[in-house]
Design a protein around this ligand. Structure first.
Ligand SMILES: Nc1nc2c([nH]c(=O)n2[C@H]2C[C@H](O)[C@@H](COP(=O)(O)OP(=O)(O)OP(=O)(O)O)O2)c(=O)[nH]1
Length: 253
């Protein structure tokens, strides 16, 4: 078996990185069959019957980072040609072809994902921590009325994610925060700003209060909760996968 790995950092949230990768397909001249597809974190495709390869498998893993989505790709192949001829073809000829095809593909992919990211409204949330407690906010009105969430909101066109985080905390809580570290990203289940269902993600950041005392300007209520109290709140369902990262943060501060 022969293997190559490629890593690309895409300036796009998880859903966009995954969807654009799927739309663009793979750089192989034969049709591929889907083996596994877990949106937005993982997919595996392989070459179907009728190709010149005995087999080729192309796996991708998508991971959220503070700078965007890290895409780890692995290409495994085997032509099945016997003896020295097989080794020469697999190791010299095909290895170079795979590298060339992937490099061109990844350049086009990263550019397409970054462009597409501009069309999808994203949401940013702040886990504001003081001592061993994190600030949670209860929504007032709308489809998630009464549910708890992280203060934050939609990133405006042309605005950076962290500027949006600081602006939203100022508007919603009346405090100046300083973002500290990226905590994680989850797919939002609803429609955000008229976009496609489940196209947007919430990217959560740990933030410290630089000045001010939080006041609920737009929420029904605010609460400072400990790690033990987090699970029992009636969260917006999409937020729950972020809770382990918030608990881990509270445990190490
Ligand atoms: N701020 C925030 N929004 C969340 C969280 N989880 C979650 O699904 N969302 C959703 C709810 C909204 O559809 C969107 C955030 O937009 P927003 O806070 O500006 O809310 P909104 O749509 O009511 O605002 P607006 O149109 O009135 O400006 O993301 C979360 O933890 N924090």
């Amino acid at each position: 078996m022969h293997r190559l790995r490629f890593t690309t950092l895409v300036e796009a949230p998880l859903t966009v990185a995954f969807d654009v990768a799927r739309t663009l397909g793979r750089p192989w001249p034969w049709p591929l069959q889907e083996v596994v597809s877990v949106r937005p974190v993982r997919d595996v495709y392989s070459v179907g019957p009728g190709s010149r390869w005995r087999w080729l498998t192309h796996s991708r893993r998508f991971t959220a980072t503070g700078a965007g989505t890290l895409v780890d790709e692995q290409v495994d192949w085997e032509t099945g040609l016997p003896g020295v001829l097989g080794t020469v073809v697999d190791e010299l000829v095909l290895r170079r072809r795979v590298i060339r095809a992937m490099q061109a593909h990844l350049d086009a992919y990263a550019a397409a994902a970054a462009r597409r990211a501009l069309d999808v409204v994203q949401v940013v949330g702040a886990a504001v921590v003081v001592g061993e407690r994190v600030l949670v906010a209860q929504r007032s009105g709308g489809p998630y009325d009464g549910c708890w969430e992280f203060p934050g909101g939609k990133v405006e066109p042309g605005e950076s994610e962290l500027s949006a985080l600081v602006r939203e905390c100022e508007e919603e809580l009346g405090v100046a925060v300083v973002p500290q570290a990226f905590l994680g990203e989850v797919v939002l289940d609803g429609v955000v700003a008229g976009g496609a269902p489940a196209a947007s993600t919430l990217r959560a950041w740990w933030a410290r209060v630089e000045s001010g005392e939080p006041v609920a300007h737009e929420h029904a209520a605010l609460r400072w909760v400990t790690a033990d109290e987090l699970d029992d709140l009636d969260w917006i369902a999409a937020d729950r996968p972020l809770l382990p990262a918030v608990k881990a943060l509270l445990a190490r501060l």
